[in-house]
Design a protein around this ligand. Structure first.
Ligand code: ATP
Length: 243
């Protein structure tokens, strides 16, 4: 059953540092408030009081198996599907794991693998969704700006309903992903690719590339066609922008 805490630094940090010992395959931790919500590369996830939903789920994979490639993308797809079922129009996925609506960031995902220490492989998937942002809320480094569900829907869901929908979708998708891996989800991801066929620039971790985004491969790597042919960008530790 999901566990809710009033406040924590980050639900991902909690689950990564103190994973529950019980052996269920999926575990959920929700925070009313995060004091140090995280994004990738040491960046922050900003939460305003009562403005959104922040939670993490721990997924345990079968003993002896590996976590299939493309987990961030799979989680993004589950979130996109849940939002689409709530009638949010124009949902797009930005590689590797942002959820945008018409270019504005609605939700973020942070995936971290648990150190194995002799246990079956497990991953923590943290999700932040903006429900009702304060007027004029902004964050750094989002060229397209940010949005919330209240701005996208005439009657936005309650936090409880939103959580239930997203968890249901994550559960469904986990089954497919754990057994068939990302190849089974690739087409659905690409249908929602925010940057499909657009000129893009990738930077970070010593990588600096430009080209046309042509999609993702079976490992969830980004495919960019440039002057020297098609490049595969595997690491999520880079930043992707429209060029
Ligand atoms: P980018 O979106 O720039 O490619 P990223 O995918 O690495 O970066 P994440 O690490 O997933 O981004 O999320 C952190 C970034 O998300 C922050 O630097 C900020 O730009 C943006 N952000 C933080 N809080 C929110 C929020 N509540 N709503 C929308 N965007 C946010």
């Amino acid at each position: 059953a999901p566990r809710t805490v009033e406040e924590c630094t980050s639900t991902n940090t909690e689950l990564v540092e103190r994973p529950p010992i019980e052996d269920g395959r999926i575990h959920v931790l929700i925070a009313e408030r995060q004091t140090a919500g995280r994004g990738r590369r040491g960046r922050n996830w900003h939460s305003w009081p009562g403005a959104g939903l922040t939670f993490s789920t721990l997924w345990r994979f079968a003993p002896g198996s590996a976590v299939p490639a493309g987990l961030s993308l799979a989680a993004g797809l589950a979130l996109a599907r849940a939002l689409e079922k709530l009638d949010v129009a124009g949902i797009q996925l930005k590689w590797p794991n942002d959820v945008l609506v018409h270019g504005q960031k609605l939700a973020g995902i942070l995936v971290e693998l648990l150190p194995m220490r002799g246990r079956p492989p497990a991953a923590v998937i943290g999700i932040g969704i903006n429900l009702r942002l304060p007027a004029h809320a902004t964050v750094p480094d989002q060229p397209g700006g940010i949005t919330d569900l209240a701005g996208q829907l005439a009657s936005p869901p309650s936090r409880e309903e939103l959580l239930a929908r997203v968890l249901a979708e994550l559960h469904d998708l986990f089954e497919v992903y754990a057994s068939a891996g990302f190849p089974a989800l690739r087409a659905a991801w690409q249908q929602r690719n925010a940057f499909a066929d657009l000129p893009v620039r990738i930077s970070g971790e010593g990588v600096e590339t430009r080209g046309t985004c042509i999609g993702v491969d079976d490992d969830g790597a980004l495919l960019v066609r440039g002057e020297d042919g098609v490049q595969r960008i595997l690491s999520g530790e880079v930043s992707l922008r429209v060029d």
